[in-house]
Design a protein around this ligand. Structure first.
Ligand code: FES
Ligand SMILES: [Fe+2]
Length: 450
């Protein structure tokens, strides 16, 4: 069936449910969004030695990020040019001085160039030549890194990585600036969760300050009770209670935080994370920061007001706690999420531990915080697959946002400007794919009420 036009899918204050459910739209998103933009592949520290590799999905394409002999990082299609077999079957590892195909032993240098074809004389007189790029592993069109975070784009044209990231690059600055050495290293295991919902649910949820007081009440309120009891009994409570009790904040408190919504759909939820207790480890850490950067700069880095930074349409970075969540959409109702965390270089072990607590207490699929979100998104997907209604509402505080130089500032923390801004970006990416469709072919369901 032909697709509806963009204006029948996305309107300023609402979107049609099919943007979450239609397999044809997901295919177009793959082609026009995920296989064009800069996609995060991993951190340089995941491939420290020659031959270290890490496989990664970019849109529908299986890729491999590998450290070359020249120390450069290459991102290649994980596909043998002979008959297509994937060259790396594991998620990560070391492939030695090159790749060797497990099927007929064609081999390749770490930059993807063909190294040897066994029994090569059998190709004499054919049109196969080893100097033909078709005989080598195909590289991603562009690879670039920002402060150690490696990205690749499968499109030769388009914005540079700094242009794509724009103001959202603060995610990586904030993470690295919190190390006295200005660097982080990846903890080389992640949680992987298959979400039974469209990728947009996750992206919208990350800056949705309206939901925590409801969705996370069952965790936040008891955590606050226990935190208060521990404080009364012992004078203070460990920081990890705060990670959970913060979810019990009232609607008024959430309304006082602000979302800042950039071009390309990126955005920030500002809120100071309260990560500066006065225990000896924190004091030692802050002293190291002042030694490295001087009083003023260290204070600037330590007091940045950031809760989350979104790199639309697939990254959520909680930079003050060195957490990064990355989406790999699989189907309209299936999204793989990877949950990574990082170590600040040159800081006491206790500072790493508090990042690990957050990783396990809030972002792990085993915690009630993440589990409650996952349940909402699954139920949301099922609701949108039904014929119980055609539209998804983003009317909250519509018309009250302020805009300066293309940046949208929320009037209230719970404004749905976040979603409106994300769909502004989605429309820009998808317009070339959708405008070719005939408006007369709009299905009655999508056109209803338009
Ligand atoms: S498919 Fe790789 S060598 Fe034949
Ligand atoms: Fe949540």
């Amino acid at each position: 069936m032909p697709l509806p036009t963009l204006e029948h899918l996305v309107q300023p204050d609402r979107v049609h449910r099919s943007v979450y459910t239609d397999p044809a739209l997901l295919e177009l998103e793959m082609e026009h969004v995920f296989e064009k933009i800069w996609v995060y592949c991993g951190h340089e520290s995941q491939v420290p030695n020659t031959g270290d590799y890490h496989t990664v999905q970019i849109g529908r394409q299986p890729m491999v990020m590998v450290r070359g002999k020249d120390r450069a990082i290459h991102v290649l299609y994980n596909r043998c040019p002979h008959r297509g077999v994937q060259l790396c079957g594991n998620a990560s590892g070391n492939t030695g001085n090159g790749f060797v195909c497990s099927y007929h032993a064609w081999s390749f240098h770490l930059d993807g160039r063909v190294r040897a074809i066994p029994l090569k004389q059998a190709y004499d007189g054919t049109r196969l030549h080893t100097d033909d790029p078709d005989c080598s592993m195909k590289p991603a069109a562009r690879v670039a890194s920002y402060r150690g975070f490696v990205f690749a784009s499968l499109a030769a044209e388009g914005p540079s990585l700094p242009e794509f990231l724009g103001e959202a690059r603060v995610a990586f600055d904030d993470m690295c600036d919190r190390s006295p050495q200005g660097e982080v290293e990846a903890v080389r295991v992640c949680h992987r969760v298959m979400q039974h919902s469209n990728w947009k649910f996750f992206m919208e949820n990350q800056l949705d300050a309206l939901h925590p007081s409801v969705t996370h009440q069952s965790t936040g309120v008891p955590a606050r009770r226990v935190e208060q009891r521990v404080k009364a009994e012992q004078g203070k409570a460990p920081l990890f209670f705060h990670y959970l009790s913060a979810f019990a904040s009232s609607f008024d408190q959430w309304d006082k935080v602000q979302t800042v919504n950039f071009s390309h759909g990126h955005g920030i939820l500002k809120a100071y994370m309260g990560l500066r207790p006065t225990d000896p480890d924190t004091l030692e850490y802050e002293a190291l920061m002042k030694q490295a950067y001087g009083e003023q700069k260290a204070e600037e880095f330590l007091s940045r007001s950031i809760h989350h930074v979104l790199v639309y349409p697939y990254l959520s970075v909680q930079s003050p706690l060195q957490q990064l969540r990355c989406l790999r959409p699989v189907a309209p109702d299936k999204t793989l999420s990877e949950i990574w965390h990082f170590r600040l270089k040159g800081v006491p072990e206790a500072i790493y531990r508090r990042s690990l607590w957050y990783f396990n207490l809030v972002n792990s699929p085993a915690t009630m915080i993440n589990a409650d979100d996952l349940e909402n998104w699954t139920k949301g997907q099922r609701g949108l697959e039904s014929r119980g209604g055609e539209w998804v509402s983003f009317h909250r505080h519509f018309g009250t946002d302020t805009e300066h130089d293309g940046v949208l500032y929320s009037s209230k923390g719970t404004s749905e400007v976040v979603m409106r801004n994300q769909f502004r970006a989605w429309s820009e990416y998808m317009a070339p794919a959708l405008q070719a469709f005939d408006p007369a072919a709009v299905p009655a369901t999508a056109a209803a009420g338009a």
